[in-house]
Design a protein around this ligand. Structure first.
Ligand SMILES: [Zn+2]
Length: 118
């Protein structure tokens, strides 16, 4: 399985950014993260996988690559849906205590107001 991530550039630092997750050449999934280099803090906001590609390790592999992109950062997630709790028990996460407990920083809040809410 060849999973690759194609990142968009955030509009401003610490703003949300998305990666397309590709399996071979096909877009099968995407992930939204918010990363602050100043604080070395990152929040995983959303990961979506096409139903046809669920449960075959794409999301797990993609998450591993996300972690590798910002090694040593403090990784948290937005609140987890109970339906996906089982998934999260099976993936590697460097900071399990922060699963479902987003650690936003001031820079992320500034980025949000700089861009404006939709
Ligand atoms: Zn920050």
């Amino acid at each position: 399985m060849f999973v690759s991530l194609v990142w968009s550039t955030p509009l401003v630092p610490a703003a949300s950014q998305r990666a397309e997750i590709r399996l071979g050449g096909d877009l099968v999934s995407d992930v939204d993260v918010r990363v602050c280099d100043a604080c070395q803090r990152a929040v995983l906001e959303h990961i979506r996988v096409d139903a046809a590609h669920g449960r075959c390790g794409v999301a797990r592999e993609a998450l591993a690559q996300v972690m590798e992109a910002w090694p040593g950062y403090s990784w948290s997630t937005t609140e987890l849906d109970p339906e996906v709790a089982e998934f999260w028990r099976r993936v590697f996460w460097p900071t399990p205590v922060l699963l479902g407990a987003p650690q936003w920083c001031g820079h992320m809040a500034e980025a949000e107001s700089a861009i404006g809410c939709e």
